[in-house]
Ligand binder design. Structure first.
Ligand code: FMN
Length: 248
C-alpha cells in the first residue's frame, strides 16, 4: 500500500457536509488536479463551472432531487466541451463533421469524466468528500439554460464537494472474478455462486449500514434500476442535438 492506493481504496461518496466552504486555494488545487488528468488527443475538450449563486444551486437541487447539495462546500458542473475548440478551427465540411460527431462527443465525455474522478481523488487526499451527480441529466436542457451553455457543450455531471460530516460504510464491490477477465469475456453463469455470495454480502451491507437501511440484494438493486421509467431521461438525446451534437 501507499498513500495513493490508500486514498483510492478508502473512497465512499459523501452527502453530508460541515458548514465550512472550500477555500479559493482548495478549489484552485482541485481544478489543477483535474487539468493534469489524461485527455483524449490532448484536446482538453471539457470545462468546469463552479456554481456559487444560491438561486442557481436551488434550481440544481430541484433538478437532481438532492437538496443537500446546497450545503456542500462547493459545487461544480462538469461540461463536455467542443465549443472552445470549434472557435480554433476554420469551418470546413471536415471540421464540422468532426466537431458534431459521436466520436468527438464521446471524447468530450471521456475528458470531463476522467477529470471528475481526478477531482474526487484529489479532494479525498485533501480530507474532503464528494458525490458525483449524474442526476443533473434529469433535466439537461434546464441546466443548459441555467448556465448559459453555448452550442457544442453539454453538462454531464455535477460534483458536490466539501468537508465530510459523515463517515458512511464502504459499499462492497463485485468479486473480481465477475468483472476482471483474461484474454476474453467470461459470461455470467446462471445462479453463479459467486454472485449469490455477493448478493448476500450486499444484503448484509444494507442491513448493517448506519442510514437508509433496506432489504436488498445487488440483483434486486439492478432489477429496480432497470425498471425505472426510461422516459425520465428521454430528453437527453433531444438536448444533445439541440446543443449541436449528433447532427451530422
Ligand atoms: C456517473 C455517476 C453518477 C452518479 N450520480 C449520482 C447522483 O445523481 N446522486 C447520488 O447521490 N450519487 C450519484 N453517484 C454516486 C453513486 O451512487 C456511488 O458512487 C455508488 O453508489 C457507490 O457508492 P460509493 O461512491 O460510496 O462507493 C454517481 C456516481 C457516478 C460514477
Amino acid at each position: 500500500m501507499n498513500p495513493t492506493l490508500t486514498t483510492l481504496m478508502a473512497h465512499r461518496s459523501i452527502r453530508q457536509f460541515t458548514d465550512q466552504p472550500l477555500t479559493a486555494t482548495e478549489v484552485d488545487t482541485l481544478i489543477t488536479a483535474a487539468q493534469h488528468a489524461p485527455t483524449s488527443t490532448f484536446s482538453q475538450q471539457y470545462s468546469i463551472i463552479s456554481v456559487t449563486d444560491p438561486k442557481k444551486l436551488a434550481v440544481l437541487s430541484d433538478i437532481t432531487g438532492h437538496h443537500w447539495l446546497k450545503r456542500a462546500g462547493h459545487y461544480f458542473i462538469m461540461v463536455a466541451d467542443q465549443y472552445r475548440n470549434q472557435q480554433l478551427v476554420p469551418a470546413t465540411a471536415t471540421t464540422q463533421a468532426n466537431l458534431h460527431s459521436l466520436d468527438k462527443l464521446l471524447a468530450a465525455i471521456f475528458d470531463a469524466t476522467i477529470a471528475t474522478e481526478a477531482m474526487v481523488t484529489a479532494g479525498e487526499s485533501m480530507g474532503l468528500g464528494s458525490t458525483i451527480m449524474g442526476s443533473i441529466l434529469n433535466d439537461a436542457q434546464r441546466v443548459i439554460d441555467l448556465l448559459d451553455l453555448p452550442p457544442l457543450t453539454f453538462p454531464i455531471l455535477g460534483l458536490a464537494m466539501g468537508h465530510p460530516a459523515e463517515q458512511p460504510e464502504q459499499k462492497p464491490r463485485l468479486p473480481q472474478s465477475l468483472m476482471h477477465f483474461t484474454d476474453g469475456y467470461q459470461r455470467l453463469a446462471a445462479n453463479d455462486p459467486t454472485l449469490m455470495a455477493y448478493d448476500h454480502l450486499i444484503t448484509d451491507y444494507y442491513h448493517q449500514r448506519g442510514s437508509h437501511q433496506r432489504d436488498e440484494t445487488f440483483t434486486h438493486h439492478i432489477i429496480s434500476e432497470m425498471n425505472r421509467d426510461p422516459q425520465n431521461r428521454a430528453t437527453i438525446l433531444t438536448a444533445l442535438q439541440h446543443q449541436g451534437f449528433l447532427t451530422h
